[in-house]
Design a binder for this molecule. Structure first.
Ligand SMILES: [Zn+2]
Length: 509
């Protein structure tokens, strides 16, 4: 076990390491000319028009999680509002001057840490402080770096003992959702401050390896934007199709993925957002019911009841595709679908302090107890399994008695199951040839063809059964008879296992 002195030394070294990249970071953009508006969206065509504005300009950023016809909240500049007027959108102004609101939010009123919203730097300082004050229980962990080089800093909290279930809770995957960051930091402080005196907290800390990452999207958080510094929605970057050039193109999502792969004992993942009252689980990408829906639902029910009992909002619970609308590339689908973790997304009904702590802390503690000590006997599940006390025939780290009735986990391997993915061709644009890479989750028949923009099949690159794993094919810009094709756009279309993936390529002669 580390001594107090060496703990402080480690923290100092980490602090020096962090200073260099942070010093050069871009400053907040300044939102004096921006408002937050509630836009009335009449139908799919208007919704698409709004999506295009969102993708095309930093002057409009959609904030609503549920992107569907009806009402959509967005940040817009005054210039952009004139474009909304011209396009015939109706809207009401929710926040007149966004910068004034941000300044007010972060004004230091001299209260305690949790009485006010805190900046990214203040969150880092809190974590370093907690690690220094509780050196036997807590230490900071750097999961990786953002686009701009900010640390994705988590606090690892656990008591003595080994063989524990791990869990990761994070906030602010969307950088403008501060409530989640405050709540996750609050849980860290709550565990540490009550460990010595509260036997239930002590059991939770001793039985699980907690990773609490208040801010997953630090660049977005620093400038009060939903997206990361590249302008991508990180919660659509964990799979395909999604936001960004390819899955895990963004350093923030890649860092958390790599953390998961390096910590296979992590069985529970919670992604905290704000602000709509729902609590959801996979699938997000399809309305098909996931095999573990019953188990997700039973814990979901408990969370809903705990929130209500604490005086919180009345919650909708269910598969995310049900409680909102289907989205691809979300973190919960990756966490559950590829890593077979228990994966939940919690939306905070409102980001108001101190209600977020009062309403949600018991739920966050419950989820940890549910996944780390399912029979409630005070012994971590992994330790019981290791000692032969309870069976775990599928070797998933959760006692069979607590596995879901469906038995879905029985044939799940540990480690990363690859999803069918067709990567962007490289180089692109290209002349005369480009390489197309793709990943197969299992041995399967593959049909990879090139099409032109009119949908005519130009040639076939692969038409055979391939082994699971990563593969590449090269297109030399010629058709099946060897004629060089003209400059223009072409599509690579991969069909395998009943799924189709397409990427666009540009040939420039
Ligand atoms: Zn969100």
């Amino acid at each position: 076990m580390r001594t107090h002195g060496s703990g402080e030394y480690l923290i100092l070294v980490a602090g020096i390491f962090l200073l260099a990249p942070e010093a050069a970071l871009a400053q907040p953009r300044g939102y004096e000319n921006h408002q937050v508006v509630s836009i009335e969206v009449a139908g799919e065509a208007q919704l698409e028009a709004l999506r295009i504005l969102d993708a095309a300009s930093r002057d409009l950023e959609i904030w609503s999680e549920s992107l569907r016809a009806g009402v959509v909240e967005a940040r817009v500049s005054r210039d952009q509002k004139r474009e909304l007027d011209a396009a015939g959108f109706g809207y009401t102004v929710l926040i007149e001057n966004l910068q004034a609101r941000i300044d007010e939010m972060y004004a230091d009123q001299g209260h305690g840490f949790f009485d006010e919203y805190r900046t990214y730097e203040e969150h880092l300082a809190l974590m370093r402080d907690l690690a220094a004050r509780y050196p036997t229980l807590a230490r900071t962990v750097d999961l990786g770096r953002s686009v701009q080089g900010r640390a994705l800093m988590a606090l690892r909290i656990t008591g003595p003992g080994a063989s524990k279930v791990g869990l990761l809770y994070h906030g602010a995957q969307h950088g403008n959702e501060q409530g989640g960051a405050m709540l996750v930091a609050y849980v860290a402080e709550h565990l540490l401050a009550n460990y010595a005196t509260d036997p239930e907290i002590r059991a939770l800390v001793d039985n699980a390896e907690w990773y609490l990452l208040p801010i997953m999207n630090p660049d977005g958080y620093a400038v009060y934007e939903r997206y990361n510094w590249h302008g991508f929605d990180l919660n659509r970057n964990w799979g395909s199709p999604g936001s960004g050039p390819h899955p895990f193109s963004e350093p923030e999502t890649a860092a958390v993925r790599d953390f998961f792969l390096a910590h296979p004992n992590v069985r529970l993942y919670l992604d905290v957002h704000g602000y709509e009252p729902w609590f959801g689980w996979p699938w997000a990408r399809t309305s098909v019911t996931c095999p573990d829906d019953d188990a997700f639902h039973s814990a979901g029910d408990a969370v809903r009841n705990l929130i209500a009992a604490a005086g919180g909002a009345s919650y909708a619970i269910g598969a995310i595709s049900e409680v909102t609308y289907p989205v691809t590339g979300s973190s919960v689908d990756f966490s559950y679908g590829d890593l077979h973790q228990w994966a939940y997304a919690l939306e905070l009904a409102s980001p108001a302090i101190p209600e977020i702590y009062d309403h949600y802390v018991s739920s966050l503690l419950f989820l940890a107890s549910w996944v780390s000590d399912c029979n409630g006997n005070g012994i971590p599940d992994l330790a019981e399994i290791a000692g032969g006390g309870v069976p775990d025939v599928n070797d998933n780290g959760i006692p069979d008695a607590c596995d879901i009735a469906s038995g879905h986990f029985v044939d799940v391997p540990t480690g990363l199951a690859i999803r069918l993915t067709l990567h962007e061709s490289r180089p692109n644009p290209f002349n005369p040839r480009t390489t197309i890479a793709f990943d197969l989750p299992q041995d399967m028949a593959v049909d990879l063809c090139i099409y032109d923009v009119r949908g005519a099949r130009i040639c076939t690159l692969v038409d055979t059964e391939l082994l699971h794993g990563s593969h590449e094919a090269v297109w030399d810009g010629r058709d099946a008879s060897g004629r060089g094709m003209a400059s223009g756009s072409y599509f690579a279309r991969l069909e395998a296992g009943g799924r189709v993936e397409t990427v666009r390529m540009c040939l420039v002669r």
